[in-house]
Design a protein around this ligand. Structure first.
Ligand code: 5AD
Ligand code: FES
Length: 346
């Protein structure tokens, strides 16, 4: 049987079969077939609902030095900031009024935020907004740290694996980081009962159909509740300043493949996709995505959370951003809902 048909019939695929599918992405019939199936599944499980997550970028200090990332520790030009606990709670208050029922606390790996500090922030948010979900996105931590955050009330955790191919991982990261540890973190998070999000950039330097096939194999094995993918976009102050950006078309193709691979997955149309194409997020929805993550961060620090060049929405009030996205979703027949937007397979 052809790999595409196996994917659609929900059979387990091998690396070679994923490669076969990835090599067919320029075939308009295959693209259309996968897109239609992705939309069918998305509508079957989620109708025309779009879940929102309020993104709070609370620190751009980071101890890591990932080659692609604008806030890597060796970027001396990055203007660093940390939000106080009060700032973070103000973002939540604003977000709650705007209808957000999930808050995503995202930051670099910043040791200033000790476990005790994070636990207190999580507790305070969960006490003030018990019906809201708290998602963390603060990188690689120990099992004990993840456990402490979970006990404090955290519900979900985003940790993109970035690439599931060992050699490619080394192209993107310095030697002190490892794919093995990254994967271990994801398994730890799953074991602790988090709804877990993995993911990767599309078109990162060194990526190939073989490394992408590894990514899909890994997703098939991990069965994450969420998957974040967006095009790689070069940042002028990184090692990859001169590299070309990932393609919107390939990202859309992969969104459809991932929707079919993991039919109930929570799949965002990312800001990076919106940065590469003014209609990128709308197109993302039409390829199978069902989540958007507008920014709730205070205006004064938004530009400083500078992972890649030309990031959109850094000059807009949260309310503006939310309304703009809601309108964009309506324009393609989808509807933003006030809901935690939990995974169907918790
Ligand atoms: N282009 C696109 N995405 C990036 N990320 C980091 N740097 C870039 C970049 N230059 C993504 C990584 C990370 C997430 C928070 O942002 O995949 O996990
Ligand atoms: Fe932020 Fe449109 S989504 S301004």
């Amino acid at each position: 049987m052809k790999a595409v048909d196996k994917l659609i019939q929900r059979q387990k695929l091998t690396k070679e079969e994923f490669i076969e599918i990835l090599k067919q992405q320029d075939d308009p019939d295959i693209r259309e077939l996968l897109k239609e199936e992705a939309i069918r599944l998305r509508k079957h499980y989620y109708g025309t609902k779009v879940f929102t997550r309020g993104l709070i970028e609370f620190t751009n200090h980071c101890k890591n030095d990932c080659y692609y990332c604008g806030i890597r520790r060796s970027n001396k030009n990055a203007k660093r900031f940390r939000l106080s606990q009060e700032d973070i709670l103000a973002c939540c208050e604003n977000g709650y009024e705007l209808g957000f029922r999930t808050f995503v606390l995202q930051g670099g790996e910043d040791v200033w935020y000790t476990d005790a500090k994070l636990v207190e922030i999580i507790r305070r948010i969960k006490t003030l907004y018990p019906e809201c979900a708290v998602t963390l996105s603060v990188g690689e931590k120990s099992y004990e740290s993840y456990k402490a955050y979970k006990e404090a009330g955290a519900d979900r955790y985003l940790l993109r694996h970035e690439t599931a191919d060992e050699q490619h991982y080394e192209v993107l990261h310095p030697a002190e980081m490892s794919l093995a540890n990254r994967k271990q973190c994801l398994y730890d998070l799953k074991k602790l009962g988090y709804q877990v999000g993995a993911g990767f950039m599309v078109g990162s330097p060194g990526q190939s159909v073989e490394t992408l096939a590894e990514d899909l194999l890994f997703l098939q094995e991990l069965q994450p509740q969420m998957v974040g993918i967006g095009p790689f976009i070069p940042h002028h102050d990184t090692c990859f300043a001169e590299k070309s950006a990932g393609s919107v078309g390939e990202t859309l193709f992969l969104l459809s493949v991932i929707r079919i691979l993991l039919p109930t997955v929570l799949l965002p149309a990312t800001t990076a996709l919106g940065t590469m194409d003014p209609q990128g997020r709308e197109k993302g929805l039409l390829a199978g995505a069902n989540v958007v993550m507008p920014n709730l961060s205070p205006l004064k620090t938004r530009k400083q959370y500078d992972l890649y060049d030309n990031k959109i929405c850094t000059g807009d009030e949260s309310a503006q951003c939310k309304n703009c996205l809601a309108q964009r979703m309506e324009s393609v027949g989808y509807h933003v809902v006030v809901d935690r937007g939990d995974s169907l397979n918790k």
